[in-house]
Write a protein that binds this ligand. Structure first.
Ligand code: MF3
Ligand code: CO
Length: 252
């Protein structure tokens, strides 16, 4: 017998909705800030200031010792890039911004990948397919479906373009904690996984590589790279499971 995980009350959901909308505004502002010539550190500084101005608490900062509020991952960096005042974005780069905040004890978590100035057609396609793979998953993000239905849909869609779906990192339940059970993989697993029930809140976050699916860990202890140096994109929202279509708490 499986027990429902990460199920919230209506009061909790209202707080998570507020946390999510605040984070959506932060992401919109960061999107407009992205241009050639800025440092990854300046993105973190702006993001942290915006989170605080929203009345939120940056949940990534000091999480397991992570030193910043926004994860900034450039080109072949998949996730958990550490902002640096020596890393300057240049035309043609792609940059993944992963951000989160806490509002009245409840977490939100979302990621976007943007192009810096003009980018290659391949990079454009990777970003688009990564986002679309999330929405393929959303077709199964509803009560009555099972968790791995989402995973399988994400994987099948991204792989149909020849892209590599990262296995080593997953989405997760979210609520009072940034990471709650269950894990939400982006690749098919044995079985169907947990039965989805109304009022579960999960972060679904495909990480898709233009080349092979493999990952490498940097010796900075955080940054995760593609094993073959290919580009990688990330798209994540905090999702509320309902009887019908899911509510994306970190979108408007
Ligand atoms: N957004 C990441 C996730 O989805 C969390 C980043 S953890 C940090 O799991 F430590 F890098 F901040
Ligand atoms: Co997450």
């Amino acid at each position: 017998m499986r027990i429902a995980q990460s199920v919230k009350t209506d009061e909790e959901i209202e707080l998570m909705r507020i946390a999510g909308h605040k984070l959506a505004r932060v992401h919109e502002a960061l999107r407009e800030f992205i241009r050639p010539g800025i440092t990854t550190k300046s993105i973190d500084e702006l993001g942290e200031r915006l989170i605080l101005e929203e009345g939120g608490i940056p949940n990534f900062k000091n999480y397991g010792g992570y030193p910043a509020s926004i994860c900034v991952s450039v080109n072949d960096e998949i996730v958990h890039g550490i902002p640096s005042d020596e890393r300057i974005l240049k035309e043609g780069d792609i940059v993944s911004l992963d951000a989160g905040l806490i509002w009245k004890g409840y977490h939100s978590d979302a990621a976007r990948t943007w192009g810096v100035g003009n980018i290659s057609a391949e990079a454009e396609k990777l970003i688009e397919v990564t986002r679309e793979s999330f929405f393929e998953g959303m077709k199964y993000a509803r009560a009555g479906c099972h968790l791995y239905d989402i995973s399988r849909a994400v994987e099948a869609y991204a792989e149909s373009f020849g892209f590599g779906v990262v296995r080593e990192l997953t989405g997760h339940g979210i609520g009072n904690h940034l990471h709650e059970p269950p894990l939400v993989p982006n690749t098919a697993q044995k079985g169907r996984g947990l039965l989805l029930v109304p009022n579960m809140t999960i972060a679904v976050e495909p990480m898709i590589n233009a080349g092979a699916a493999g990952v490498l860990q940097s010796d900075d202890g955080w940054t995760v790279y593609t094993s073959d140096g290919s580009l990688s994109a990330h798209y994540e929202n905090t999702v509320l499971i309902r009887d019908g279509e899911p509510e994306l708490l970190t979108c408007f």
